[in-house]
Write a protein that binds this ligand. Sequence first.
Ligand SMILES: O=C[C@H](O)[C@H](O)[C@H](O)COP(=O)(O)O
Length: 243
Amino acid sequence: MKTSGGSDAAKRRAGESAAEAVTDGDVVGLGTGSTAAHAIRRLGERADAGLDVRGVPTSFASRELAAEEGIPLLDLPDAVGPEGPGIDVAIDGADQVATGAAGDDPLSGGALIKGGGAAHAREKLVDAAADRFLVVADPSKESPRLDRSVPVEVLSAGRTAVAAAVRDAGGEPTLRRAERKDGPVVTDNGNLVTDCAFGEIADPAALSATLSAVPGVVEHGLFVGLADEVHVGTESGVRVDEV
Ligand SMILES: O=C[C@H](O)[C@H](O)[C@H](O)COP(=O)(O)O
C-alpha cells in the first residue's frame, strides 16, 4: 500500500483512535492509504474479538486488506440502496487537512485534499454517504490553508479539454505518470489522473464547484464540508478535533 510523509507510529495512533469509535453493528466506510490501513487492521482485530462490523471499501487496495483482516464486506450500491443499511461511519486518510485561517469561511477548516493514491472518486462517494466521516492524519498533513496539488480523475478522452479548463481556472495540470510502468496512472475506475497546482487555495468550496462543473471531470480530490472529526496522531498521543 502507498505510504506518504509522517511517521508510521503517528499514523497508527490516528487510525486506531478512529477504529475505536466504531460501535457494534456499524457499517464502516474503509478508506484508502497508509493511515486508513491502520484503522482497517484495528477493525480486523476488533472483529476477531467479536465486534459485529461490516466494511464498505473505497478501493481495490482497501478491499484486499479488509478481506485479509476477515472483515465482512458490502458493496457501496448495496449499502446505500433502498434496502441497504446505510453507512454509519467512514474512516479515511487525507493528503492535506485545512486547519482554517483567521477570517476564513468556517467550511474551510476541515477541508481536505485527497487522492494521492488516486482513490478519491470512490472515497468521496463513501465518505459523503456516511453519517459520520472521521479523517485520520498525522501532523505533517495539517496546514492553515490548502496548497497541495488537487488530484482530478478525468475520462481519458477528456484529458486535454480538462487540462485547458484547469489552466483557465488558474491551475497548472500535470498528468500523473505511473512509477513502475511506462505511461499514466489508471484508476480503479479505468480513468486518468491530472494533478492540478493552484498554489494556496483561498476558497476551497468555490474551486470545488468550478472543477465539478468541467465536462470530463469524473471527480476531484477537494473534500469540502464532509469531515466531522479529524483524528491527528502525534508521537505521544492523539488529538481529536471536531469540525
Ligand atoms: O487516494 C488516496 C487517498 O485519498 C488517501 O487517503 C490519501 O492519499 C492519504 O494517504 P496516506 O494516509 O497514505 O497519506
